[in-house]
Design a protein around this ligand. Structure first.
Ligand code: ZN
Ligand code: ZN
Length: 86
């Protein structure tokens, strides 16, 4: 038996060939499709985006701080009703 164990990709139990990945995932890794351990990723479970603030990606940092994607602009001023005649 190989002494390298199984692929470290999620839900993959194939035999490792390199870099901790199986043949298939190693190819993906080389193609840049797998998360690289060199940079730190968001600590949110199942999130592999790079960290931007604290230990979270932008999306999760915003979520954690109650910020929506964009600050909601005030609603449009009262528009004249349709068919207004004066
Ligand atoms: Zn794999
Ligand atoms: Zn995240």
């Amino acid at each position: 038996m190989p002494n390298t164990g199984t692929c470290k990709a999620t839900d993959c139990n194939h035999e490792v060939i390199a870099r901790g990945y199986c043949r298939k995932h190693y190819r993906l890794w080389k193609a840049g499709e797998m998360p690289k351990p060199r940079y730190k990723t968001c600590t949110e479970e199942k999130c592999r985006k790079p960290r931007v603030r604290a230990s979270l990606c932008e999306e999760h940092w915003n979520a954690a701080h109650g910020k929506k994607a964009e600050a909601a602009a005030p609603a449009a001023p009262a528009a004249p009703a349709e068919g207004a005649s004066a």
